[in-house]
Design a protein around this ligand. Structure first.
Ligand code: SF4
Length: 424
């Protein structure tokens, strides 16, 4: 469809998806496409889906219906994790023209060149086991901070998770490439890079996933630490068993790696951790948090936790609550367990009633609020560096301290993309 010249994107899900959408958009802009907002008319609409959200199917249908109402002649392409997991379901949604699986995502430009509006959707997808190769991606929104993908896929098999089925085996970029991307981003005035991946600590298996960690995540951090022009790095999320003492020490001794960690816990009960097939016990988690706080008492620590996993009794939940309550952490991301096709967790009984899952979610969200308040209160009066972001909402601009306290103030142009001393 050579005449198509405008494209609009919609992204569901995580930061990785956002960074990939950004890259897809740049690929099409290089082909001469003009980018439109999703609620504007466009010749092509691309929806980058997620498999983690509960109602991926429903959301996808709604978005396609919206497009059809507005511009029935437009092409609709669906890609991302859900497209890999359920290509046929998606292809059956009226109005969808093309479904691109994980291997084909970054061949979007050539697929669009060939595309014609037909009665049924084309599916270009292969078995996830055959997905290989690594596509570097980064998001550049307002040139302040960027999410840089350095790793993709996962070789773990946590019993609740569909991500390995949607994204394939653990693959990574090389250190040389990532360092080059960091220099390129610095030249574009990016000041903060958030290192992103599915299982970031597993960095180093090469583009086809076969290498045995010739390069490690620690090596990568060390190399990035020496890049001139980038002021800040954050590690988006890292499994506790892969967050080594040397990585923690590097962050503690670096002026560029921010004292901010996000470490998935998922449950504070060893019984449940084992049912989840996680690769650590709660004792290891405590050790990691203790070392971080010993070396960096001001560090922010965020925790992912799942409530209502099958087999989680009231006592297990109490254990989790008390464990989290006792840990020196700053905030929680609370997820309510929901059933996913083809996962081992489906075989675990008894299931937790949905209303109990929701109650547990609420009590952990309250705990998170208290932890965050406490953490902020603890740093009141301290002067810390804030990197202010470019976009403003209702005349206000936002930024984060090194230790991830969110700050908001009336917009000042001269502060955009600047590190400003700020008294919390
Ligand atoms: S580590 Fe576990 S939860 Fe994370 S992507 Fe891999 S399988 Fe999923």
């Amino acid at each position: 469809m050579a005449e198509a010249r405008t494209v609009a994107f919609h992204t569901l899900g995580c930061k990785l998806n956002f960074s990939e959408t950004s890259t897809l958009s740049r690929l099409l802009e290089n082909e001469g496409f003009e980018k439109k907002q999703f609620d504007e008319n466009a010749d092509v609409y691309v929806i980058n889906t997620c498999s983690v959200t509960d109602n991926a199917d429903k959301e996808c249908r709604q978005l396609v219906r919206r497009i059809q109402r507005r511009s029935p002649e437009s092409m609709v392409v669906i890609t991302g994790c859900y497209a890999q997991l359920k290509p046929k379901e998606i292809a059956s949604i009226p109005g969808v023209d093309l479904v691109l699986g994980a291997a084909e995502k970054f061949n979007l430009p050539s697929h669009i060149r060939e595309l014609t509006k037909g009665d049924s959707a084309l599916i270009s997808s292969c078995d996830i086991a055959e997905v290989s190769g690594f596509n570097a991606s980064w998001s550049v929104n307002d040139r302040t901070r960027t999410f840089l993908k350095v790793q993709d896929g996962c070789d773990y098999n946590c019993s609740f998770c569909t991500i390995p089925m949607a994204r394939g085996k653990s693959r990574s970029d090389t250190i040389t490439n990532v360092v080059q991307h960091a220099y390129d981003l610095a030249a574009k005035s990016v000041r903060e890079i958030v290192l992103t991946g599915v299982n970031l600590g597993d960095f180093g298996k090469g583009a086809d996933g076969s290498k045995k960690h010739d390069e490690s995540f620690f090596d990568l951090c060390q190399a990035l630490d020496a890049v001139e022009g980038i002021d800040r790095y954050r590690i988006s999320s890292i499994e506790p068993n892969l967050l080594t003492n040397e990585i923690i020490s590097l962050v503690a001794n670096s002026s560029k790696f921010m004292p901010h960690f996000h470490i998935p816990l998922q449950s504070g009960s060893n019984d449940i951790l084992s049912l989840m097939r996680r690769r650590y016990k709660r004792e290891l988690y405590t050790e990691r948090v203790s070392l971080i706080k010993k070396l960096m008492p001001h560090a922010a620590i965020g925790v992912d936790v799942i409530v209502g996993f099958p087999g989680e009794t009231d006592d297990h939940f109490k254990e989790t609550f008390e464990f989290l309550h006792s840990l020196d952490i700053s905030y929680l991301h609370v997820f309510t367990y929901s059933e996913r096709d083809n996962t081992h967790a489906l075989d675990i009984k008894p299931v937790v009633p949905v209303h109990v899952r929701n109650e547990r979610n609420k009590s952990l969200r309250n705990l998170s609020y208290m932890k965050m308040q406490y953490f902020t209160e603890l740093h009141k009066g301290q002067t810390r560096k804030v990197l202010f972001e470019g976009h403003s909402k209702n005349g206000m601009m936002e930024g984060y301290t090194d230790n991830y306290i969110k700050v908001s103030t009336p917009h000042r142009d001269e502060w955009v993309n600047q590190l400003v001393d700020w008294t919390v």
